[in-house]
Ligand binder design. Structure first.
Ligand SMILES: [Zn+2]
Length: 454
């Protein structure tokens, strides 16, 4: 149930168009919509709110928007798979991700989505854009994911990754799952979009059909672009052009498109993105994990490209991802002024929302959705009113998120879910993932005798 709540006395980081920060601020909402954002002293008739919560010593900010994730990536956490270490990004796909997604069914889609959505919500993410992959079992997978999204109560823009890595039929079925989900208007807090895997696994024909479907349903379209150098080599060899040039020539670029990664782009490709209003999802932690390189973020921002921050299915803590984005470009350029903390927070909120055409989330403004988080530093040791963006990026982690409201619904109160039995949900997730691991060939180790201490 959406409540009528006033959060009073905190440092409000609005992320509105003037980037207003309000010390001793208040945020009020009714019917799932923000009705007050301002100074606590200016609320007036506070009694119109059913509940007034004292949030002094805390930040109040818009929920984080994750611009690119794979919820099912949570299944790989701690997996001891019998695979040789990969030597480059393509081998990483071939040895880790593709064997995994070929084993996945709709039970796995639901369970991994449930686990990842719980973690996202507890860490302050209220909206995410997901790409799911299971090329052998596309049908109905988005309904299974939507079920998990609605049970946790956060917003998801969800999609099935269409790929032709083995056949054109596989691509057709993948695209069809997106179109099916879009045609029924999504489900509750889960909305649909179109997803294509990457330029090196899809034909011109599939791109054309994907773009047509995105336009018809007025939905975003997402695709992985030049994450590793193999995408660039493939496009140059096959088409005589670089990845973004090919996507431009096939009509994929535009304000509807969100390109994930874009690590290996040259100047002309960045200009093509800027000129076409194409958005980019930056995934610094995943890029470090996969050792693919560092995206030219400063040049993209300079050119005017809208860049949101994602996690690519790796670490489901938006604050950790912000910190990684902040640090990686400093060390890469050996320049401490290369990227401001404010820009990083923008990427994780307003910019990510803009990328997916979500004009009603990502900032705290009257009339927008009441997607709000309350954050208290683990140890409250310094005033919060100084460099607020620096504080958020350098000093906060997901575990500091106390309260999460989505659509005005208090889904996390004092770090506990209000509508979901976490322990029961965890049991379901672990049980399902354990079966998936067994299908991947991983057995639990034999019981060993405990070490005898003399
Ligand atoms: Zn990805």
């Amino acid at each position: 149930m959406s409540e009528s709540v006033l959060l009073k006395g905190g440092v409000v980081v609005t992320m509105d168009s003037t980037r207003r920060v309000i010390v001793d601020g208040a945020v009020g909402f009714e019917g799932g919509v923000l009705t007050f954002v301002g100074k606590s002293s200016e609320v007036g008739g506070a009694s119109r709110f059913d509940k007034v919560v004292d949030v002094s010593g805390r930040f109040v900010m818009p929920g984080i928007v994750c611009a690119h994730t794979h919820l099912y990536g949570i299944a790989l956490r701690g997996a001891a798979l019998q695979i040789r270490p990969s030597s480059d990004f393509l081998e990483n796909l071939q040895r880790v991700w593709w064997p995994l997604d070929e084993k996945m069914n709709n039970d796995d889609a639901y369970a991994t989505a449930l686990g990842a959505c719980m973690e996202l919500a507890l860490n302050g993410t209220t909206t995410f854009a997901d790409t799911y992959s299971a090329p052998l079992n596309p049908e109905g997978s988005l309904d299974a994911i939507a079920k998990a999204v609605n049970e946790v109560g956060i917003r998801g823009v969800i999609s099935f990754e269409a790929t032709e890595r083995r056949s054109a039929e596989e691509g057709r079925r993948g695209l069809e799952e997106n179109v099916r989900f879009l045609s029924k208007g999504g489900e509750g807090l889960a909305k649909g979009m179109i997803s294509l895997h990457a330029s090196f696994t899809i034909s011109d024909d599939l791109i054309a059909k994907g773009v047509e479907a995105a336009k018809k349903h007025r939905a975003p379209l997402t695709i992985h672009v030049s994450e590793g150098p193999n995408d660039v080599y493939h496009n140059i060899e096959r088409y005589g052009k670089r990845t973004v040039e090919r996507l431009h020539d096939t009509g994929l670029l535009g304000p509807w498109a969100v390109l994930a990664h874009c690590v290996h782009l040259n100047k002309r490709e960045i200009q093509l993105l800027a000129a076409s209003g194409t958005h980019v999802a930056h995934n610094p932690m995943s890029n470090m994990l996969n050792a693919v390189g560092v995206m030219k973020l400063p040049e993209m921002l300079e050119a005017g490209v809208n860049v949101g921050l994602g996690n690519d299915g790796y670490v489901f803590d938006g604050f950790e991802n912000m910190r990684a984005a902040f640090l990686i470009h400093r060390v890469d350029r050996r320049d401490p002024s290369i990227l401001s903390p404010q820009t990083v927070v923008e990427m994780a909120t307003v910019n990510a929302a803009k990328a997916y055409g979500l004009s009603d989330v990502g900032s705290l403004q009257v009339g927008k959705k009441a997607d709000v988080i309350v954050v208290r530093p683990e140890v409250y040791a310094t005033p919060l009113y100084g460099n607020v963006y620096g504080y958020l990026v350098n000093g906060i982690r997901g575990g500091d998120v106390e309260h999460v409201f989505v659509n005005g619904v208090h889904i996390v109160r004092n770090r506990r879910f209000t509508r979901l039995d976490k322990e029961k949900a965890e049991s379901k997730v672990v049980e399902t993932v354990e079966k998936l691991w067994q299908r991947l060939g991983h057995q639990p180790p034999e019981a060993v005798e405990p070490l005898k201490v003399k």
